[in-house]
Design a binder for this molecule. Structure first.
Ligand SMILES: *[C@@H]1O[C@H](CO)[C@@H](O)[C@H](O)[C@H]1NC(C)=O
Ligand SMILES: *[C@@H]1O[C@H](CO)[C@@H](O)[C@H](O)[C@H]1NC(C)=O
Ligand SMILES: *[C@@H]1O[C@H](CO)[C@@H](O)[C@H](O)[C@H]1NC(C)=O
Ligand SMILES: *[C@@H]1O[C@H](CO)[C@@H](O)[C@H](O)[C@H]1NC(C)=O
Ligand SMILES: *[C@@H]1O[C@H](CO)[C@@H](O)[C@H](O)[C@H]1NC(C)=O
Ligand SMILES: *[C@@H]1O[C@H](CO)[C@@H](O)[C@H](O)[C@H]1NC(C)=O
Length: 321
């Protein structure tokens, strides 16, 4: 009899322990949630639990209520299992809308802008391993960050006051006249700095001849600098012109067929203009080999196929047709 009472007591204690874990430590998660947000600002997150659960599926639709309003998503924290637990951000109200970002890992992303009047956010975690999750605030405005009070908002686009540039006029053209490591090109629509040899970066503060800052990420050009974000592209660094050439890739919505050049001395993207006089799009290929950089570029013009070569070690390749 006495023994039975003892067992009963033990059961009660264990039950109470589970109850306290359930209510104070686990918190709530966004799993299974589909929310429509219409407030002019707010917060989204994976929930209040320490770690998000595995196999989570969460969805938020931010609806500005008017077309072309800007929705800006700014992250406070970001920690998901790299490549497996992903936060997708779309510019529109369906999973078929333009994919703006596919985020994972522990780098806090730059602000993300949707310009359609909607932003759809979808979080997916797989069956294994979880992390601490994410938190971001959003705000709905006519123009992002009201053009930082350094520009006018016209038809939902910032027209920057002189001396400023960027998606929301938050960047100064030629800060300190780019001294002492560069010179200023005031006519520029970007950072304006033209760096002296051996320097790079928007303010020419990055030295190319020492290892200061080695292993740190350095922002060479912000989004909205004339380059479409992409993955699975090919690229090659061409030392003789101090530039990085990038061809094609995948945007998440489609395949690109463009050729862009990033000039390191001006932190600036340039689009390659075809010499086919607009007859057909450029068809080009860059190839990167671990030992040697080859840059093949084949341009097909409708009337006269033409082969062009660039690069350190260039090789020509005959156009098939
Ligand atoms: C939303 O905006 C109001 C007024 O500007 C501000 O008081 C509030 O803190 C904001 N909320 C969030 C979640 O950013
Ligand atoms: C929204 O933007 C599109 C494309 O720029 C434009 O055609 C349309 O007229 C705009 N609509 C409104 C209500 O501003
Ligand atoms: C997305 O597009 C596919 C193929 O065009 C279509 O079958 C599907 O219904 C669309 N989904 C949504 C949510 O619009
Ligand atoms: C946005 O900035 C302009 C000045 O460029 C100012 O007149 C206006 O009041 C600002 N709007 C808000 C909502 O802060
Ligand atoms: C000039 O370049 C050096 C590196 O060579 C850097 O340490 C310094 O900060 C740069 N100066 C400015 C004002 O950017
Ligand atoms: C900057 O680099 C480009 C090639 O990328 C070159 O044409 C230009 O002359 C360079 N400018 C200066 C000032 O070095």
């Amino acid at each position: 009899m006495g023994m039975l009472v003892g067992v009963f007591k033990l059961t009660l204690v264990v039950g109470a322990l589970f109850a306290s874990v359930g209510t104070t430590d686990l918190g709530s998660s966004c799993n299974g949630q589909r929310l429509i947000l219409t407030d002019p600002n707010g917060t989204i997150s994976d929930g209040t639990s320490d770690y998000y659960p595995s196999t989570s599926r969460c969805e938020w639709l931010i609806d500005a209520g008017r077309p072309n309003q800007t929705i800006t998503l700014q992250f406070i924290r970001m920690e998901t299992e790299c490549s497996y637990d992903i936060l997708y951000v779309f510019d529109g109200n369906s999973l078929n809308s333009t994919l703006l970002a596919s985020l994972s890992g522990n780098t806090v992303p730059e602000p993300i802008l949707a310009r359609s009047g909607y932003m759809l956010i979808y979080f997916f975690s797989d069956e294994s391993y979880t992390e601490k999750g994410f938190e971001a605030t959003y705000v709905i405005q006519d123009c992002p960050y009201n053009c930082s009070d350094q520009g006018k908002c016209v038809n939902h686009e910032c027209q920057c006051d002189s001396g400023y540039w960027g998606d929301y006029c938050h960047m100064k053209i030629c800060p300190n006249f780019c001294q002492p490591n560069g010179t200023c090109d005031v006519s520029s629509q970007s950072s304006g700095c033209v760096c002296n040899e051996g320097h790079a970066g928007m303010h020419c503060d990055l030295s190319l001849n020492d290892d200061v800052g080695n292993k740190l990420w350095y922002l060479l050009a912000p989004s909205g600098s004339g380059f479409v974000p992409r993955t699975s592209h090919s690229g090659v660094f061409v030392e003789s012109s101090n530039s990085l050439w990038v061809f094609g890739g995948y945007t998440g919505n489609g395949v690109l067929n463009d050729l862009s050049k990033f000039c390191l001395n001006q932190s600036r993207w340039e689009q390659y203009q075809s010499s086919c006089h607009g007859q057909v799009p450029v068809v080009a290929m860059l190839q990167w080999n671990i030992e040697v950089a080859f840059l093949f570029m084949v341009e097909h013009c409708k009337t006269a196929p033409k082969v062009m070569n660039y690069g350190i070690l260039a090789q020509s390749q005959k156009a098939g047709h």
